[in-house]
Design a protein around this ligand. Structure first.
Ligand code: GLC
Length: 557
């Protein structure tokens, strides 16, 4: 349907592209494998740029592709200014950026500043130079406790389970909030700060449009002795900005410096913070125009499929974004959580181990309780609602195929450190959402590459393959393509008005440009009356002018 009053968001202010973008997250090692080593790579992404263009996204976000031992899926970075040789070269990276830009797709890359890997040149130097050396100052080294220093400095636990301190050969200990292979950097050190500015310029000069900042809330720390015990640490209020290790106010000094670098470019480079903080107010600080500019809002990802919860969280986050001048972000899936088609097919809160507050949603779930069809229905309904909200939406590779979590990966083939150490991602860890994509129903590794895949793909992947779904107008892929095409006309302003539907389980909102969205979270059909004629997209066919249960419709009135 064409309407002269519709405006394509791409003709709007170029520098504001990120405010209402549909961003597609690529987990490079599992996207497409061009050289047949079982690991996805940059040439693989290059070979699929037409797919990305046809999907209709505005930007891609690439999870880390840097040299890494993969102790934490690449979030253990050996060198921030290079490409893992298994994934390609800097020249491949440049070619990929050029090809994406040619198709009007922006590129966001992941920056991992809280920790390097233990193979990073700085950490190797810190080990070699020993106790008291200048090189150790770039990390967080401490002497141990106990008569001979053989006990860790504190009893703190790492996010992935086990102690947060590791002992080195000369008896000192270093702090690692995540895996042992991810020593935390010392953000009070001027060289650490300066080096990340170099990294941001390095990639900005290569044409990168924006950055996703890994655990943005953790960089700065106050580790003045005596250090609190774990119990004391957990009891400290983390909303004051003064917590010893998380969401400290002084972290924003770092981002103010980064903002000055972003603004050296035209258009300014953008950034989005991954900040698992306690409240929308605390999150807003990361999203300020003097800081990173935007922050992930994981509220809907953590919510059940429930109309009241959605409405409340949408309202709070839009108000927050409005108050700070940022735009909000919507996310249902990423590489750290159980795919939302699966979450929505499981009984509420059962099998997905939702934890509260700043913590994580773990992957996996009891297969025998999974209703795949229901999960798919609800995932379609929720995603189409998200895509029509003001703000940007982050989509995770494979969700456009309606992929489910792969729960039954044998332990010997799992890779996630969280699975092996049993930390906050309890249950099955995160491998189940990182299984390489199926591109074709037939052939080696479902078209992912010519020689197998680094995580095992189940037989049922065939029915979700891109070639199968592309040929089926009722597939998830066809739905995403149509929605993303229409979305460019729907996203013209950042306003939303709620309309009463007379039903607690049905939400309806209007955008001022005439688009309306109705989401039926219940199972009873919802009569649309005369508005049935205005429906331009529906996640399930209307029946006798009624929107079926667990469905969303977009209307152009
Ligand atoms: C982020 C990433 C996650 C990683 C962790 C440590 O939360 O999303 O995958 O394990 O940071 O870098």
């Amino acid at each position: 349907m064409t309407d002269p009053t519709d405006v394509d968001i791409h003709t709007a202010d170029e520098a504001a592209w990120w405010r209402q973008a549909a961003v597609y997250q690529i987990y490079p090692r599992s996207f497409a494998d061009a050289d047949g080593d079982g690991i996805g790579d940059i040439p693989g992404i290059l070979s699929r740029v037409d797919y990305l263009a046809e999907l209709g996204i505005d930007a891609v976000w690439l999870s880390p592709f840097y040299p890494s031992a993969l102790a934490d899926g690449g979030y253990d970075v050996d060198d921030y200014r290079d490409v893992d040789p298994r994934l390609g070269t800097l020249a491949d990276f440049d070619a990929m950026v050029a090809a994406l830009h040619e198709r009007g797709i922006k590129v966001i890359i992941d920056i991992v500043p809280n920790h390097s890997s233990n193979r990073h040149a700085w950490f190797q130097e810190a080990l070699a130079d020993g106790r008291g050396s200048a090189a150790r100052e770039r990390y967080i080294f401490r002497d141990g406790t106990g008569p001979d220093g053989s006990e860790p400095p504190t009893d703190w636990e790492s996010v992935f389970g086990g102690p947060a301190w590791e002992r080195v050969d000369d008896g000192q200990w270093y702090f690692h909030h995540f895996a042992v292979e991810q020593p935390d950097l010392n953000w009070s050190h001027p060289e650490v700060r300066a080096d990340f500015l170099t990294t941001l310029r390095f990639w900005s000069d290569r044409g990168v449009d924006g950055f996703r900042i890994d655990v943005a809330h953790m960089l700065t720390k106050d580790l003045t002795e005596p250090l609190p015990s774990r119990a004391e640490l957990e009891a400290i209020d983390s909303t004051t900005g003064q917590h010893p290790i998380t969401d400290r106010d002084d972290v924003h000094e770092v981002y103010a410096e980064w903002r000055r670098v972003f603004n050296e470019y035209d258009p300014p480079r953008t950034a989005v913070a991954e900040a698992w903080v306690q409240t929308p107010e605390r999150r807003a600080r990361y999203a300020s125009a003097e800081g990173l500019g935007q922050a992930f809002n994981f509220d809907l990802l953590e919510a059940d499929f429930d109309a009241a919860a959605f409405r409340r969280l949408i309202t709070v986050n839009l108000a927050q974004a409005d108050a700070t001048g940022s735009s909000t972000t919507w996310v249902l899936s990423n590489h750290d959580v159980t795919r939302h088609a699966t979450r929505y097919g499981l009984p509420p809160l059962n099998g997905r181990h939702v934890k509260q507050g700043t913590e994580w949603v773990a992957a996996g779930g009891p297969e025998d309780q999974l209703d795949r069809e229901r999960g798919r229905r609800r995932a379609h309904a929720a995603t189409m609602l998200l895509l029509a909200l003001p703000g940007s939406t982050y989509l995770y590779q494979g969700e456009e195929l309606g992929l489910h979590e792969v729960a039954d990966i044998p332990p010997a083939q799992r890779q996630d450190p969280a699975f092996f150490r049993g930390g906050e991602f309890d249950g099955l860890g995160r491998d189940g959402c990182r299984v390489p994509l199926p591109w074709t129903a037939e052939g080696s590794s479902f078209g992912f590459g010519s020689n197998g895949a680094h995580l095992p793909q189940p037989g049922w992947f065939a029915q979700y393959a891109v070639d199968v779904e592309a040929a089926d107008p009722a597939s998830t892929l066809s739905l995403y393509r149509e929605a993303l095409r229409l979305r460019r006309r729907l996203q013209t302003d950042e306003m939303l008005d709620w309309h009463d539907t007379g039903r607690a389980d049905v939400l309806r909102f209007a955008r001022p440009n005439g688009w309306q969205v109705i989401s039926n979270f219940g199972t009873e059909p919802f009569p649309l009356g005369r508005d049935a004629d205005a429906v331009v997209l529906a996640t399930q066919p209307l029946r006798d002018g009624e929107l079926p249960g667990e469905a969303t419709a977009w209307l152009r009135l």
